[in-house]
Design a binder for this molecule. Structure first.
Ligand code: NAD
Length: 329
């Protein structure tokens, strides 16, 4: 956490977060907290998420404590579907960081940009540890707000030569294509079967409630990061694909309850014991991919500790660079 002295609170705005927290910072912070979770040095508290009965909003908390990184706090926020019409993002969140030694509130950090950058960092960490080294084609399923962050982070992990993409709402694809173009990568919109046939690495980042990618469409050796499923009932890939893959996740408890694995667990085609926390691979306790033909699947459900990790980086950098507002408590 940033080191506001005495009784001062640091405030780090969305704008400052965007300016100072880069993809490399987020990657390191997220990789390190996944490792800490596997060592039991860091744990997430139960998530609260409620419909508040006003403005159709869903509001909640994600919180935890990382003893290794000394991050204690909570991300509070949710989803307000009417915000777009007001010129605001539908997803709104703020991270509160507390001093683990005293419980004193230390920093308030804008959580919107950080959510996108930490989610992209999670799939990037999975690609770094699980995708075949010779992966060349990235397949993007989804073209919403998160997808652009996902694309930028993913292509930094392998020598990607081409991006193939599909989206349920095709009119959203050109924006993602513009990011690929900016990165100097050919971008092709394709049908899902072709995406599966071409891609070495696939990222799914949608709000789907039914499978979009089928087992028979995927090549042996593919790595797939399922990032959209973060709620009970959501689903992006075929249960048979989950069953056929070696499954890794950020947190097993979330993977089986709100993640992509929830459906394969319910269908009885996957057991909890078959899922490996990615932290085990990061810590060198699990070898990760075992052959070039293996399909690896990362079930990225999004944990509060990721938010605290990147917010701590934001608070520290903003404090060091004199960019945080300081308020006496
Ligand atoms: P967005 O609203 O900007 O985009 C939604 C995406 O889902 C678009 O690609 C849209 O075309 C697609 N989509 C909508 N309805 C669909 C349907 N019925 N079938 C297939 N596709 C459909 O949202 P976003 O901010 O890009 O977030 C995408 C998803 O990622 C959401 O489900 C969100 O909850 C999830 N998310 C997960 C994490 C995590 O840590 N795992 C973090 C942030 C967001």
């Amino acid at each position: 956490m940033g080191s506001a002295s005495g009784n001062e609170l640091l405030i780090v705005s969305e704008e400052i977060c965007q300016k100072i927290v880069g993809r490399g910072d987020a990657f390191k912070a997220v990789e390190s907290v996944f490792g800490a979770m596997s060592r039991k040095d860091a744990y997430n508290f139960p998530v609260v998420r409620e419909a508040i009965g006003h403005a159709d909003a869903l509001y909640g908390f994600k919180s935890g404590f990382d003893k290794a990184g000394m991050s204690l706090g909570v991300k509070s926020g949710g989803y307000w579907p009417g915000n777009m019409a007001k010129g605001l993002s539908n997803h709104q969140s703020t991270v509160f960081l507390f001093d683990p030694d005293t419980g004193r509130l230390g920093a308030l950090v804008g959580g919107n940009y950080l959510t996108a950058v930490r989610t992209a960092a999670a799939s990037a960490v999975s690609i770094a540890h699980l995708a075949r080294k010779d992966s060349k084609v990235l397949g993007m399923v989804g073209a919403g707000h998160q997808s652009q962050f996902q694309l930028r982070a993913a292509v930094e992990q392998r020598d990607i030569e081409k991006v193939v993409a599909w989206n349920f709402h095709p009119e959203m694809l050109p924006k993602l294509g513009a990011v690929a173009e900016e990165l100097g990568l050919p971008f092709e919109t394709v049908e899902r079967e072709q995406l599966g046939a071409e891609a070495d690495v696939i990222i799914t980042i949608t709000s789907a409630f039914e499978p979009l990618m089928m087992k028979d469409w995927i090549k042996p050796g593919t790595h797939i990061a399922c990032m959209g499923t973060d709620t009970k009932g959501k689903q992006e890939v075929d249960v048979a694909l989950v069953a056929a893959a070696s499954v890794f996740t950020d947190e097993i408890a979330q993977s089986i309850s709100i993640g992509e694995a929830q459906h394969a667990i319910a269908a009885g085609t996957l057991k909890e014991a078959d899922i490996t926390p990615i932290g085990e691979v990061i810590n060198g306790n699990h070898k990760g991919r075992s052959s070039d033909d293996e399909i690896t699947l990362f079930d990225g459900t999004g944990v509060g500790l990721q938010d605290l990790a990147v917010a701590s980086v934001a608070a520290k950098l903003a404090d060091e660079q004199g960019l945080a507002k300081r308020v006496a408590l």
